[in-house]
Design a protein around this ligand. Structure first.
Ligand code: UDP
Length: 317
């Protein structure tokens, strides 16, 4: 029998799930990746084909999860994560973080495994506190178009804490703020792939509203490092992981034009319902608890991401 620890990653073919899988393999884990490929893509894990420490199971985690053998650590990362997805597949979005979280927690209980849930800054909704600390309870519209994601993730946090309190399960909750990097879906509608794709293809950049709303962007390797550290910690309440460098969406559009060397028009489109006006993580807790802080500068992360999409578009055409 292998002496390696076994980790399960749901959503392993997604943007974050695939980077997390790479990190776990590097840390010496055996990884079982699960995905139903609704928003994930096997292209994100094809480099792992033939790796004896990696297995992939195509499975919808809203259905009962059966796995033989021992499991040490479960990362529940399966979920659509783009506002366009929430509009197109709201019921799957609700189910994966409610029924899917229940099944993944049930598996953790059965195996005596540690459980880590990918939660989100969307738990804070359109925040009335800025920057957002973990102690803030949020300002979420439960019945708006983003409610399916926000409320399902809030339910997932509640369910995770209930398993921790009622069953003594070792659980962790990460609240992920806007993250970017290679393997994002070009067409997923989120602002990073949208603007980079538009710029590289010579199209106008579509800023929603007047572009004064703010976001704070974290490069994927920094996020994964924070999550890995959290998984090894003894802390059970939510922890924000993100990069506090905040900018307006309009400034972000100008940065993308600069980094792609393009001179293209910026056009304005209607601001989506309930689009948060500000978002910036307070990472004091992660820094104190995990000794973590982001390392990749915005300029560096964006140039790596632009290079990825340049390659991707060349492959496609
Ligand atoms: N946004 C934009 N143009 C686009 C896509 C997004 O101006 O083509 C804006 C969106 O309205 C939001 C911000 O960019 O204010 C970030 O949107 P994203 O979909 O990436 O994720 P969110 O942070 O809203 O979950």
């Amino acid at each position: 029998m292998s002496a390696k620890k076994t980790a399960v990653v749901t959503g392993a073919a997604g943007f974050l799930g695939s980077h997390l899988t790479d990190r776990l393999l590097k840390e010496g884990y055996r990884v079982i990746g699960m995905d139903n490929l609704v928003t994930g893509n096997v292209r994100n894990i094809e480099h792992l084909a033939g790796n004896p420490d990696f297995d992939f199971i195509k499975h919808d985690v809203t259905k009962f999860i059966y796995l033989p053998g021992s499991v040490d650590l479960i990362f529940h990362f399966a979920s659509p994560a783009s506002p366009i997805d929430y509009l197109q597949i709201p019921i799957q979005t609700l189910k994966v973080s409610s029924l899917g979280t229940h099944n993944a927690l049930g598996l953790a209980k059965e195996k005596g495994a540690t459980f880590l849930i990918a939660s989100t800054s969307e738990c804070y909704g359109d925040p009335l506190e800025h920057p957002q600390k973990e102690t803030y309870w949020g300002n979420v519209n439960p019945i708006g178009p983003r409610g399916c994601y926000d409320e399902a993730k809030r339910f997932a946090e509640a369910m995770t804490m209930a398993y921790h309190r009622a069953h003594g399960l070792d659980t962790k909750i990460v609240r992920i703020f806007n993250t970017y990097g290679p393997r994002m879906r070009l067409e997923d509608g989120r602002v990073v792939p949208a603007f980079i794709g538009q710029a590289l293809q010579g199209n106008p950049l579509t800023v929603f509203g007047d572009g004064s709303q703010t976001r704070s962007f974290c490069y994927v390797s920094d996020l994964i490092d924070g999550i890995y550290r959290l998984s090894q910690s003894n802390y059970h309440e939510p922890v924000n992981i993100g990069n506090p460098r905040e900018m307006t969406v309009l400034q972000f559009a100008q940065e993308i034009l600069k980094h792609t060397g393009k001179d293209l028009p910026i056009i304005h489109k209607e601001l989506p319902t309930d689009d948060p006006k500000v978002r910036q993580p307070d990472i004091g807790l992660a820094s104190k608890l995990l000794g973590w802080e982001p390392k990749v500068a915005f300029e560096e992360g964006i140039s790596r991401t632009v290079a990825y999409f340049r390659d991707f578009l060349a492959i496609k055409s």
